[in-house]
Design a protein around this ligand. Structure first.
Ligand SMILES: [Zn+2]
Ligand SMILES: [Zn+2]
Length: 222
């Protein structure tokens, strides 16, 4: 078993989308590496200059992470943004997309590729795991699998998982009824976040993928 298989296996042990979860972990590690080791790295500096800092999602994520980790703090990110501001004052413009969006999309591609290639060996694990692929990753994965039987099996499993989620969310809603004497259990309490995660995915990658796809397409046309 290689590293990526071990990673995928681990991610299947928890609730929520396993692909999103792995990308989230990757983004966190990338942010930490940049802030720990590279605030003065010329390559990183150039990359931040060319996109005038990070996109809104990644900029705030990076700041939150830096401030919540006493080992990081605001120093590294201040050094980076001081440089971006200086560049902007000298007339620099944004010509590239955010560094983290770029890295995150690359990671996503690698993960989906390896996930789909080995899906036959993961499908039983997925079936019995508490995880639920988010809508976007589910559809993407489905489109990459060539084996029709495997596709059907995945669709069946996904539907069963979502029906289970619906029941839990329904019980959770019912527990708010003043006539209800029952308190929701932990699984029911989690149903709301799991449902949002199914539709929206986790807070990772480019904020607006449609626009990004469109932009890519337009760039190709030029
Ligand atoms: Zn996902
Ligand atoms: Zn970004």
């Amino acid at each position: 078993m290689d590293i990526i298989e071990i990673e995928i296996k681990h991610s299947l042990e928890e609730e929520g989308c396993p692909v999103c979860r792995l990308i989230e972990k990757f983004e966190k590690e990338e942010i930490e590496t940049i802030l720990y080791e590279h605030p003065n790295d010329p390559e990183v500096r150039k990359s931040f200059q060319k996109s005038l800092g990070l996109c809104p999602r990644h900029a705030w994520k990076t700041l939150r992470l830096a401030l919540s980790n006493p080992l990081l703090g605001p120093h590294g990110i201040s050094v980076i943004y001081k440089d971006v501001l200086m560049w902007y004052l000298r007339g620099g413009q944004a010509t590239e997309e955010c560094l983290l969006c770029k890295l995150s999309s690359e990671k996503e591609e690698i993960l989906l590729e390896s996930f789909s290639e080995r899906f036959s060996s993961f499908i039983d694990l997925y079936e019995n795991s508490p995880s639920i692929l988010c809508r976007r990753h589910y559809e993407d994965l489905l489109s990459r699998i060539n084996d029709e039987k495997l596709k059907e099996k995945l669709a069946r499993i996904q539907r069963r998982k979502l029906e289970g989620l619906f029941k839990r969310l329904e019980s959770f809603v019912q527990s708010f009824d003043y006539r209800s004497e029952r308190k929701p259990n932990e699984k029911e309490k989690r149903a709301l976040t799991e449902t949002i995660e199914f539709f929206a995915g986790r807070e990772i990658g480019p904020e607006c993928r449609e626009k990004r796809r469109e932009k890519r397409w337009l760039l190709k046309l030029r």
